[in-house]
Design a binder for this molecule. Structure first.
Ligand code: 13P
Ligand code: SF4
Length: 315
């Protein structure tokens, strides 16, 4: 209706004003905006840098700006703080967590370390800072197999994602890998049936999935990639249609960077509600009021830094 159109127009003017303000504040305060590939398109478009968790960790370790506004989930902002402790790191919504991280509790990790004293603990970056502090080396989905292959230990405790652990086991069969029992509730929504149906519907397509998907899904897919791996594969692949088994936010970049190709979510699109908590309004408020600051104890920063820096060395 006419009034709906009017409201839409007002909203878009307000949105544009807010974007202008964000750009102004960013300059005034010497801030940089980092965003994960799963963020809403508006956030991805305003960010200085968009990437997967490995790229964002790397970027955070090289930043010169005074303030980092991290548009992602809490463990990612904590990782940025650990790697850039003298910067002010802001997360626009403190409730943007990742349930997978809470599946590896500090006390339980200590217990398993005692049980297998000769094993190395390899933690996916999707862990809380305190767990990183008792981890030997971190990894992301882009380098998990490489890190496990390169650590100087035969026995590995891999946490917290059991599906990524399964993937690593296939790639590094000569090591004894003990998998933690965690999972990402978003990626577990993809089912083997979705792959079968997608292949029937788009027989010439290429189907790629994230290693947080169940093994049954990984086995049926054409390739298994982290989000940055998917972006790279999309550029290289000859397929005109690609079916994507990860959080739907990635489709924005895939489409933007490959306008000649078609991209569809595997089955219905899957949304990580935590990643979607960051909005333009919250980003604006975060920059303006310098909230919510990530603060970590010095000892956690020092110890966590070792496990993250080791990951960057093992690449
Ligand atoms: P990437 O490391 O592939 O960006 O994945 C992070 C994540 O949270 C996956 O759900
Ligand atoms: Fe965590 Fe899964 Fe969301 Fe990634 S997609 S942030 S692993 S809940």
């Amino acid at each position: 209706t006419k009034s709906c159109r009017k409201i839409k127009k007002i909203k878009s003017i307000l949105g544009e004003k807010m974007i202008e303000e964000i750009l102004k504040l960013k300059k005034e305060k010497d801030a940089i905006i980092l965003a994960h590939n799963y963020q809403i398109p508006e956030i991805q478009d305003i960010a200085d840098f968009v990437g997967d968790s490995l790229e964002l960790a790397r970027k955070a370790s090289q930043i010169e700006a005074k303030i980092i506004v991290f548009c992602g989930v809490k463990f990612m902002a904590e990782t940025a703080k650990i790697l850039s402790p003298d910067k002010k790191v802001l997360l626009p919504d403190l409730d943007a967590g990742c349930p997978l991280t809470d599946m590896a509790k500090y006390e339980d990790v200590l217990k398993i370390k005692e049980k297998y004293p000769d094993a190395w603990v390899v933690s996916y970056v999707n862990t809380n800072a305190i767990v990183k502090a008792i981890t030997d080396v971190c990894c992301t989905s882009a380098n998990a197999d490489k890190v496990v292959r390169n650590v100087p230990a035969k026995k590995i405790i891999f946490l917290p994602d059991k599906n990524l652990c399964w993937y690593v086991k296939q790639k590094v069969p000569d090591k004894e890998i003990i998998c933690w029992d965690g999972y990402c509730f978003v990626h577990r929504l993809f089912k083997a049936e979705d792959v079968i149906k997608a292949r029937e519907k788009y027989p010439d397509s290429e189907i790629i999935v994230h290693p947080e998907c169940d093994p049954e899904v990984q086995k049926l897919a054409d390739g298994i990639y982290s989000t940055s791996g998917m972006l790279k594969r999309a550029k290289e692949s000859k397929a005109k249609i690609m079916i994507i088994g990860t959080e739907e936010g990635l489709l924005h970049r895939l489409k933007k960077e490959n306008p000649e190709k078609e991209f569809y979510s595997l089955g219905s699109s899957k949304i990580c509600p935590n990643m979607k908590k960051i909005t333009i309004e919250k980003l604006y408020k975060s920059l303006k009021e310098e909230i919510y600051e990530i603060n970590l104890k010095q000892i956690i920063i020092e110890k966590g830094k070792k496990s993250l820096e080791r990951m960057l060395e093992y690449l």
